[in-house]
Write a protein that binds this ligand. Structure first.
Ligand code: ATP
Ligand code: MG
Length: 232
C-alpha cells in the first residue's frame, strides 16, 4: 500500500457572475494503491470536483494536488497530458463512449493516442475486454449494449493503458442491481491486484465493496475509519 495521490489544503471555487461557489473547501487527503476508496455524498456535494482534481482535469484554486510524488501545479501542459494518458484511467459520469465506434475500437482509443504499435495495441485491447468479460461483444456498437455492458466497456477503456490510478464517477448509475454488482466486483478485483481505485457514488449500497469511505457534504470531506465486516 503506497500513497499515489494527495490533496494538501486543496480547494476549488467557481465564479458565476458576482458570486463564487466553493465546490470543495480546503481538503487534505491521501489515496492509496491496493485500496478501493468510495467517495459518498449527495448530488452537488463536490464529488466530481474532488475526482476531477485527482484526475488532473481541473486544477485547485488553493493548495496542492500531488500525483505519484509530483505536484501537478509544477507540470507543463504536455507533462499533464502524459500523466493523464499513462497513469490515470477515468470512467466519466455518463461514460461517454464514442457512438460510431465498436466496443473494441472504443477500448483501443487511448492506445492510438499513445501511438502504440498496432499489434501490441490489439493484444492489450483484447486483454482489457477479457478482464471485464466483454470480449464476445467486441464488434458491437455502444447502442447494441445494455447500460451495464457499456459501463464495463468504459472500464476496459480506462484500464487498457494499465494505469496506476482508476477514477470512476458514478460507475453504477442507471444500471440494474446485478450489473452494478458485476461492475463493483471487477473494480474490487482491480484494487486487490494493486491499483488505487477511487469510486464516486451517491449509492450507499456500494459501501460493502469499499476498503475506505470518504463522505462528502457541501464541499467538505469526512474520512471516517471503516470496518468492512460491519457492512454485512
Ligand atoms: N464548472 C463549474 N462551474 C460552476 N459551478 C460548478 C462547476 N462544476 C461544478 N460546479 C458546482 O460545484 C458544486 C459541486 O459540483 P459537483 O459536480 O462536484 O457535485 P457532485 O457531488 O458530483 O454532484 P452529482 O452527484 O450531482 O454529480 C455544485 O454546486 C455545482 O453546481
Ligand atoms: Mg458528479
Amino acid at each position: 500500500m503506497e500513497i499515489v495521490a494527495k490533496l494538501i489544503n486543496a480547494s476549488k471555487s467557481y465564479k458565476a457572475g458576482d458570486t463564487t461557489i466553493t465546490a470543495l473547501h480546503e481538503t487534505s487527503l491521501s489515496f492509496y494503491s491496493n485500496r478501493l476508496t468510495l467517495i459518498l455524498g449527495p448530488s452537488g456535494s463536490g464529488k466530481t470536483t474532488l475526482l476531477s482534481l485527482l484526475g488532473c482535469v481541473i486544477s485547485p484554486s488553493t493548495g496542492e494536488v500531488n500525483l505519484l510524488g509530483r505536484n501537478i501545479n509544477d507540470l507543463s501542459m504536455n507533462e499533464l497530458a502524459d500523466l493523464r494518458l499513462n497513469k490515470i484511467g477515468f470512467v466519466f459520469q455518463g461514460f461517454n463512449l464514442l457512438q460510431p465506434l465498436t466496443a473494441f475500437e472504443n477500448v483501443r482509443m487511448p492506445l492510438l493516442l499513445k501511438r502504440e504499435n498496432p499489434k501490441v495495441a490489439r493484444e492489450k485491447t483484447i486483454k482489457a475486454l477479457e478482464m471485464v468479460g466483454m470480449l464476445d461483444r467486441q464488434k458491437n456498437l455502444p447502442r447494441m449494449l445494455s447500460g451495464g455492458q457499456r459501463q464495463r466497456i468504459a472500464i476496459a477503456r480506462a484500464l487498457v493503458t494499465n494505469p496506476e490510478i482508476l477514477l470512476c464517477d458514478e460507475p453504477t448509475a442507471s444500471i440494474d442491481a446485478l450489473s452494478a454488482k458485476k461492475v463493483m466486483e471487477e473494480l474490487k478485483v482491480l484494487a486487490d491486484s494493486g491499483k488505487a481505485v477511487i469510486v464516486v457514488t451517491h449509492d450507499t449500497r456500494l459501501t460493502r465493496y469499499a476498503d475506505r469511505i470518504i463522505y462528502v457534504s457541501e464541499g467538505r470531506c469526512d474520512d471516517r475509519p471503516f470496518n468492512i465486516e460491519e457492512s454485512f
